[in-house]
Design a protein around this ligand. Structure first.
Ligand SMILES: [Cu+2]
Length: 164
């Protein structure tokens, strides 16, 4: 009797474990890297010399991103600061760009650091809301970034990031 209850418990535990494993895979983001080494850009993160970090900024206004085009070099570590000087919240939506870089962390100064393999977008509060993305571009290309709030894209709240 005791053995039977034990066996049932085992079956329940195994079924639960299977559900948990399936759940983890199902929850993976479309661009999520398969492994930690991929997360770190196949060594790009470990090889990056952060003492050579360059600081670049994209300023967001109600009429657009400044600069309209930001040029970056593949393999170079950057601190990309996003700051919204507009009067309303704005987004920085750039899933292709953010999936093409190795991200060390995202930092809200004096507040928090967020660690994740891949980001897709950020929302910045008006009148000075900002954050820093520590990243190493990996794939040359031209990437789009824009705000998807209402008619903001039509108002010009967008930009281009060129990785050479
Ligand atoms: Cu906007």
């Amino acid at each position: 009797m005791a053995w039977e209850i034990g066996a049932v418990r085992w079956k329940v535990a195994l079924a639960l474990a299977a559900v948990l494993v399936a759940g983890c895979h199902g929850a993976a983001a479309p661009h999520a890297p398969a492994s930690a080494s991929e997360w770190h850009g196949n060594g790009a993160m470990g090889a990056a010399d952060w003492s050579k970090q360059l600081d670049v900024t994209i300023t967001i206004r109600d009429y657009g991103y400044l600069p309209r085009e930001l040029r970056l070099r593949a393999g170079q570590p950057y601190r990309l600061t996003l700051v919204n000087y507009g009067s309303v919240p704005h987004y920085f939506v750039a899933p292709e760009f953010l999936a093409s870089v190795a991200t060390r962390k995202v930092e809200v100064r004096e507040q928090a650091e967020i660690k994740a393999p891949v980001f897709t977008s950020f929302e910045l509060r008006p009148r000075g809301g900002s954050l820093d993305v520590y990243l190493v571009p990996l794939r040359p290309g031209t990437y789009r970034a824009y705000c998807h709030v209402k008619d903001h894209l039509a108002m010009g709240v967008e930009g281009r990031i060129v990785v050479e």
